[in-house]
Ligand binder design. Sequence first.
Ligand code: CA2
Length: 151
Amino acid sequence: MTSIHLLNGPNLNLLGRREPQIYGGDTLADIEAMLQAHAGQRGVALTCRQSNHEGELVSWIQEAGLAGAGVLLNAGAYTHTSVALRDAIAGSGANVVEIHLSNVYAREEFRHKSLIAPVCRGVICGFGKTGYILGFDALVALVALAGPPSA
Ligand code: CA2
């Protein structure tokens, strides 16, 4: 069975409580429930996790790679700063799709640079929670086409 791990990074546990004009009004639990329903319809196993800690995200990326799972990753602000996440993605062998709720290119300049994008299979941003569905479908297609990732 195809397996996808949804990993959300720092502060995304606050979704729905502040800045709805940027990130929408849904909570992270709402988004995870939406994606679980979608995964169920497609017969895909989905694991959802969130952490504010860089090292925990690194461990989860490694774990997904070892399990042969695809990773849907909203790394939050670590997107713009984390060499550790970049190295974890590059070293994991996992297919990783980077997603963002907001259009980071329409925001502050420091959000225009992603350290992880070059080692991800693709990037989706600016579509709000719909981006999670788009990224999920892209990952499922990638995993189906590619077969198991190389060790
Ligand atoms: O647009 C995205 O999904 C981001 O990954 C969100 C990050 C931001 O640092 C990235 O540049 C783009 C921030 C997530 C913070 O989420 C909050 C939600 C509600 C209240 C406060 C923060």
